[in-house]
Design a protein around this ligand. Structure first.
Ligand code: 13P
Length: 301
């Protein structure tokens, strides 16, 4: 833990923080894709895409990803790739549902924390978010992301149904968003303007008008979850209105797992992981390259 803390201070002194990159992205109108991964091979594919395009990288782990990885291994692997490639690579804990979970992540050495209190009563959400901001500052973590309006869709999965029909109340309310950020002190806010977790049988346009209204309130850093399955031109329009981070998980899961299934089908007798996994790493890299092009983060290091 002490080593992780010292290494983070060293990183902060040496280079730009994630918050600095958000500032640069907002000013120059591009965004960081947050690539959610749960194993070293998915991470490798993303890193190869970042190295090829000279893109800063933001890696995410959900609670499920982190439990499989173990948080400190995720931290150590990101530190390894940071050293190996010289790229700015940051690690965010995605959808942490409690103070305790995010405290463990902070102690393990994560660079950013997302507190998802959207299922809690608003006051409780704000109170815990405030405590997490204090915790983050103690650990020199530059970004705490808050959330109060839930992004529908459930898991990062392939949903065998059409996208749910959204009504006015489903979208983040601009004034509530501003109040939440002011009261909690979070650095960035996950908002709901039409993206959905996972990939559905249909896509739908984003509510760019609502996004504009939220942006006009002056919230510095806006975040979209549910990147997979959202048309690129919709996301580019959202970036023009101030979105600095777009989360991506399902696309990377599909690329990794479907390729692995195919490799296993084609090579039923093969048992060496080093022969079975490279195609999956390459498939993840291709998906990450596509996303880097969508959000415009190439050559922004
Ligand atoms: P997708 O699985 O739809 O890309 O969403 C990922 C996400 O928002 C994780 O927080």
């Amino acid at each position: 833990r002490y080593c992780n803390f010292v290494s983070r201070i060293f990183r902060v002194m040496k280079g730009k923080s994630l918050k600095d990159y958000f500032g640069k992205a907002r000013k120059e109108k591009w965004a960081l894709a947050q690539f959610n991964v749960s194993c070293a091979e998915q991470l490798q594919g993303v890193v190869e895409a970042g190295a090829e395009t000279k893109s800063p990288l933001l890696i995410g782990t959900s609670e499920g990803d982190a439990n499989f990885f173990t948080p400190s291994l995720a931290v150590d692997l990101v530190a390894f790739w940071r050293k190996e490639t010289g790229l700015p690579i940051f690690l965010n804990f995605d959808h942490g549902k409690s103070f305790e979970v995010l405290e463990r992540a902070a102690k393990a050495g994560y660079d950013a924390l997302h507190f998802d209190g959207s299922k809690l009563p608003l006051e409780e959400n704000i109170n815990i978010a405030k405590r997490i901001v204090v915790l983050a500052r103690k650990h020199r973590i530059s970004v705490v992301e808050g959330e109060f309006s839930e992004v529908p869709g459930g898991h990062s999965d392939l949903h065998d149904e059409v996208a749910p029909v959204l009504t006015g109340q489903d979208y983040t309310d601009p004034q509530e968003a501003l109040d939440f950020v002011k009261k909690s002190g979070v650095d960035s806010l996950a908002i709901m303007v039409g993206t959905l977790h996972g990939i559905f049988k249909t896509t739908q346009p984003l509510n760019i008008q609502r996004l504009q209204e939220i942006s006009e309130r002056g919230i510095e850093f806006l975040v979209l979850h549910g990147g997979s399955g959202t048309p690129g031109q919709e996301l580019r329009a959202a970036i023009q209105k101030g979105v600095v981070k777009i989360n991506v998980s399902t696309d990377l899961r599909v690329a990794f797992t479907n390729t692995l299934k195919e490799t296993l089908r084609e090579n039923p007798a093969e048992i060496a992981p080093y022969n079975l996994l490279p195609k999956s790493v390459a498939a993840v890299k291709q998906v990450a390259l596509t996303w880097i092009a969508v959000v415009g983060s190439a050559s922004k290091i």
